[in-house]
Design a binder for this molecule. Structure first.
Ligand code: AMP
Length: 285
């Protein structure tokens, strides 16, 4: 496994591999890897000749400087996890390497970013769009793997690839969860033991909401039931739980829906702070 820190050595190596007919599967990450990331790497390796993983905590997608500062950075451990998975190349650039000067280009994803993450994290998807475009141009993958844990990110990247004619395929991958249901996330390591014990309730609330919609309850009634669910448990207050949004959306457009729509097209998405740590999760049914 090669670990490259510069764009030029990465491009030079990968260009030669592509000339030799090798296909490239790419997994962009911000590091602090867990089994969810590894499942993407495994899939990339199975479906391509080479698996490339980028590790870069992208400053331009953080709208909260404290979140950026506290984001876990564990490059050495990450590489130790990637090696036995058959990862071929780790691209781990510095911020200066990626941004010798701050990009002036702005990406606007229209209605895809006026809701949920886009609404609560202004500028986030501009940062994501720019960094992922740069990474695609550096790695030139045949396939790029993204987790559905970040449902809105998948929609944004798909639109970007389609509208800018990137010559690659986006592969959405299922969310990996801990045995108690909590979606794996690099941020979970920042949860206090009290917050960690409560965190699986987020997935439970998603399932409760799903059941309600499947039984014909409207979205407004469902949201009221979810608010009740959290309000009636004083432990949430003690753990400083604060819901940012709980939305029912169309899986393709991400626009709000009023009741369950076609099978596989209804997405329930949540963002909540638990003891100061921002967690997101979703289910699609
Ligand atoms: P991140 O490092 O958080 O930017 O994540 C890198 C990639 O891993 C993104 O495509 C995420 O959606 C994906 N990912 C994060 N958590 C999970 C998970 N629990 N299961 C599957 N994929 C995930």
């Amino acid at each position: 496994m090669f670990i490259f820190n510069t764009i030029s050595e990465t491009q030079q190596y990968l260009k030669a591999q592509q000339r030799a007919g090798k296909t490239i599967g790419f997994v962009p990450t911000m590091g602090a890897l867990h089994a969810g990331h590894i499942s993407l790497i495994e899939r990339a390796k199975t479906e391509n000749d080479l698996a490339v993983c980028s590790i870069f905590v992208n400053p331009t997608q953080f709208n909260n400087p404290d979140d950026l500062k506290k984001y876990p950075r564990t490059l050495e451990r990450d590489c130790e996890m990637l090696l036995p998975m058959g990862c071929d190349i780790v691209f781990a650039p510095s911020a200066e390497e990626m941004y010798p000067s701050l990009p002036q280009l702005k990406m606007d994803f229209g209605t895809l970013e006026t809701v949920m993450e886009g609404k609560f994290r202004p500028g986030h998807f501009n940062g994501v769009g720019i960094v992922v475009s740069k990474l695609f141009n550096i790695v030139k993958p045949d396939k790029a793997y993204f987790g559905l844990k970040d449902l809105q990110q998948v929609a944004v990247i798909r639109r970007m690839v389609q509208e800018l004619s990137f010559d690659l395929e986006i592969i959405p991958c299922l969310t990996l969860r801990e045995t108690d249901g909590l979606a794996m996330s690099s941020r979970n390591t920042r949860l206090s033991s009290e917050a960690r014990a409560l965190a699986p309730q987020i997935y439970k609330a998603l399932n409760l909401a799903k059941e309600k919609l499947q039984n014909g309850v409207s979205v407004i009634e469902m949201q009221a039931a979810v608010n009740e669910y959290f309000a009636h448990n004083p432990e949430f207050e003690r753990a400083d739980f604060r819901m940012e949004y709980f939305e029912a959306a169309d899986f393709d457009t991400l626009l709000p829906i009023e009741a369950k729509i076609a099978d596989g097209k209804t997405a329930l998405c949540i963002a909540a702070f638990l003891g100061g740590v921002r967690l997101i999760d979703n289910i699609v049914f």
